[in-house]
Design a protein around this ligand. Structure first.
Ligand code: NDP
Ligand code: MG
Length: 440
């Protein structure tokens, strides 16, 4: 099946990992842990599993604090392991579970790490939101698991680290993010002849507006995505177009392409999920309904295909699809992400943390929509002024670890540096917001 896998070490593309082992590819039911099962991606993944019960066996589920939903999922699938954010949540989950079902419940960051590495599971869906997803992704990679990766922030924060770990442990990554999944499908075995990859973007709920028109938009409007139903944080990222900015960084690390080989085009209907431009001028596109069950089914059952998981796209009814240029002036987050990727030295960590902090403040009504990019820009400027810059924040791992313990220790050290810079950047943004919006 390697003809379906994007090329490694190619002149134009260098995919982040090797394919999963043949035994993984052919063993069903596939034993899966879902990190973030109560979220939008987690619920869609369980819907795919429900539609194909013979292909999957759920070994673990997790939430942050939504004990009620976790209890209902756990009571249905009865996995041997669960994980939650705090002791308090653990106690409520334990109380509410049926008396004849006693799973092991892990707690906190360590708990998610334990869940990501339980020996029964071969496959981990990384679908926690934001930087909180990093620990689980790194742990799954260190344990050589097959990772269905929705949590794009893991690659924004530590893309080169994940790549290095995968090379050493044999972990394999399958991209769930719809654009990257589309590119994965279009690349099918290629590592040459690729000119560039083209990420499509819906443009979000404020497409066509000027910066002034959207400056004071309220959270309800920003959350109302025209095509996709998603978690709150990623919905705001779509409104600011930071989501596409993060996806440029995600594509850079996943496909090992040059920054200049990543294009962005607005496609309001969200039916073409992304494209690959070949050197002779051909464009390969992947299309389908705007439904995350499609990329989830593709990753979870790869290289097999499941039965239809969503309604069939009726092209004649679609009628027309359109493309237009992105408005960089109205959506400054795109340029901020490109800047962070170009400058390295922890800038992507700062970008992501500042964005998460600013989005949270916006959702709580503490800053305006227009303040989000301003706060991120200030955090990037402040970091650039104090750090040497252009140095890789995640130093290469190759040749530095004698064994797996050593590797885990090195990874933990780097993760702690990331977490420290992440915390500092969030504090910086909150302090700026406290100073007053006008100075942001
Ligand atoms: P949601 O907010 O809907 O769900 C997030 C999940 O993570 C929930 O299970 C939530 O638990 C859990 N969680 C949140 N915070 C923490 C924390 N601090 N510690 C542990 N667990 C936590 O997010 P989405 O499903 O929309 O997104 C998940 C990831 O997938 C993100 O990285 C996003 O960028 C990516 N993605 C999402 C897409 C989508 O269509 N939704 C598309 C492409 C990528 P609880 O329910 O208890 O809060
Ligand atoms: Mg996407």
């Amino acid at each position: 099946m390697s003809e379906l896998w994007p090329g490694r070490h190619g002149p134009n593309v260098d995919y982040i990992s090797f394919p999963p082992s043949l035994s993984w590819q052919t063993t069903f039911p596939r034993k899966i842990v879902l990190l973030g099962s109560t979220g939008s991606i987690g619920r869609n993944a369980l819907a795919v599993i429900d539609q194909n019960p013979e292909l999957f066996s759920v070994q673990g589920l997790s939430c942050g604090s939504n004990a009620q939903l976790l209890v209902s999922q756990a009571s249905k699938y009865r996995p041997p392991y669960l994980a939650v954010a705090t002791e308090e949540v653990r106690a409520s989950v334990e109380d509410a579970l049926p008396a004849n079902y006693r799973p092991i419940i892990f707690v906190g960051r360590e708990g998610y790490v334990r869940l990501a590495t339980v020996p029964e599971a071969t496959t981990v869906l990384s679908a926690q939101s934001g930087a909180a997803g990093l620990a689980g992704t790194l742990a799954a990679a260190l344990s050589g698991r097959v990772i269905c990766l929705a949590n794009k922030e893991s690659l924004v924060l530590a893309g080169s680290l994940v790549r290095d770990i995968a090379a050493l442990t044999g972990a394999a990554l399958l991209p769930v993010d719809s654009e990257h999944n589309a590119i994965f499908q279009c690349l099918a075995g290629r590592n040459q002849d690729v000119h560039s990859i083209v990420l499509t973007a819906s443009g979000g709920p404020f497409r066509g507006m000027s910066a002034a028109q959207m400056a004071n938009m309220q959270p309800e409007k920003a959350l109302a995505h025209p095509n996709w139903k998603m978690g709150k944080k990623i919905s705001i990222d779509s409104a600011t177009m930071m989501n596409k900015g993060l996806e440029i960084i995600e594509a850079f690390h996943l496909y090992g392409v040059a920054k200049e080989q990543i294009e962005v085009v607005i496609h309001p209907q969200s039916l073409v999920h992304s494209l690959v431009r070949l050197c002779d001028g051909s464009l390969l596109a992947q299309m389908g309904q705007a439904d995350m069950k499609l990329p989830l089914a593709h990753c979870l059952s790869w290289p097999r295909r499941t039965q239809e998981v969503t309604s069939r796209l009726d092209l004649a009814r679609v009628g027309q699809i359109t493309f237009e240029e992105a408005d960089h002036e109205a959506f400054p987050c795109l340029a901020l992400a490109k800047r962070a990727l170009a400058e390295r030295g922890g800038m992507c960590v700062v970008l992501n943390a500042a964005n998460e902090a600013a989005v949270e403040l916006f959702l709580h009504g503490q800053v305006s929509f227009a303040a989000i990019p301003r706060l991120i820009a200030r955090a990037l400027d402040a970091h650039a002024a104090t750090s040497p810059g252009h140095q890789p924040f995640c130093p290469p791992l190759a040749g530095r670890a004698r064994d797996l313990n050593d590797l885990s220790r090195l990874v933990r050290e780097i993760e702690e540096r990331i977490v420290h810079l992440d915390r500092k950047s969030r504090e910086f943004v909150r302090a700026c917001a406290r100073e007053g919006e006008r100075t942001c």
